[in-house]
Design a protein around this ligand. Structure first.
Ligand code: NAD
Length: 269
């Protein structure tokens, strides 16, 4: 059994670091051409480094700067990718940020920034991707599906998170966005799913793993007793994007070392 994404083009948002870079490399190793999206000038070198790893390993792709919370930039990114590569087959809606605050002190700017990138960004990219999937139609030389979208959500799609109301709200909403799109476009053979990571070792949660004390306290939440790696998410993303997963749509898959079994109840609660 082989996971193949040959002849397919994948847009991976926020691919210049962390989980996005892991997914980009996994999809590339399965044969997809990767659009390594990054948000700003500052992340250009990181995006180029991810692309270099991909091309050094025999893969193909480009870097593309675009702030996913900006409609004009997202529309242009999809137009440019289609004009350069012919179409888009896979969207990995990964870009995300945290702006943490006690709720009563949370500013509207902190709220809007997180919702704007984590939720509106996923809406804008999904909308442009689906328009392109429908324009192209099914091409079985690429995939039996018309297109695939994978939202990167979080265990906080279902676990409330004090001090992170904006982030948890964005992830809870992604579940409804994902399921609604899967329902609305199922008959068009567009598959839409979410991956919900637990604690993955990336810059977004550095405070939770960068000291032995922090890591020890984090591991108390994880029955499998290790922190996750971007590759853990990349492995699943490549599978879900492939035709091996053709009957999987409208679902959230948790990759969390058992975090959502609520470890604190292991001794009786
Ligand atoms: P990260 O900080 O390494 O990566 C986030 C990426 O998003 C970066 O490449 C950043 O440049 C990009 N980004 C931010 N704003 C953007 C914008 N406006 N436009 C385009 N790109 C933008 O963190 P990560 O852990 O790799 O996070 C990736 C996704 O995984 C996020 O959606 C996050 O919520 C989710 N997630 C992470 C964890 C974890 O434990 N690391 C757990 C659950 C969910």
């Amino acid at each position: 059994m082989e996971i193949s994404l040959r002849n397919q083009v994948a847009v991976v948002t926020g691919a210049s670091s962390g989980i996005g870079s892991g997914i980009a490399k996994s999809l590339a190793s399965a044969g997809a051409t990767i659009i390594v999206n990054h948000s700003s000038e500052r992340s250009t070198d990181e995006a180029k480094a991810v692309l270099k790893e991909i091309t050094d390993a025999g893969g193909t792709g480009i870097t593309y700067q675009c702030d996913v919370s900006k409609e004009d930039q997202v529309v242009k990114m999809f137009q440019d990718v289609v004009s350069q590569f012919g179409t888009v087959d896979i969207l990995i809606n990964n870009a995300g940020v945290q702006k943490d605050s006690k709720f009563t002190e949370m500013t509207l700017d902190q709220w809007n920034t997180v919702i704007g990138i984590n939720l509106t960004g996923q809406f804008l990219c999904a909308r442009e991707a689906i328009k392109e999937f429908l324009r192209r139609g099914i091409d079985t030389s690429r995939s039996v599906a018309c297109g695939k979208i994978i939202h990167i959500s979080s265990v906080h799609e279902i676990i409330p998170w004090a001090g992170h109301a904006n982030y948890a709200s964005s992830k809870g909403a992604i579940r409804m966005l994902m399921q609604t799109l899967a329902q609305e476009y199922g008959a068009d053979k567009i598959r839409v799913n979410s991956i919900c990571p637990g604690a993955i070792q990336t810059p977004i949660n550095k405070d939770a793993w960068s000291t032995p004390e922090a890591l020890d306290s984090l591991l108390k939440l994880i029955p499998y007793n290790r922190i996750g790696q971007p590759q853990d998410i990349g492995n699943l993303a490549a599978f879900i994007a492939s035709d091996l997963a053709d009957y999987i749509t409208g679902t959230s898959i948790f990759v969390d070392g058992g975090m959502t079994t609520f470890e604190s109840f292991s001794t009786g609660g």
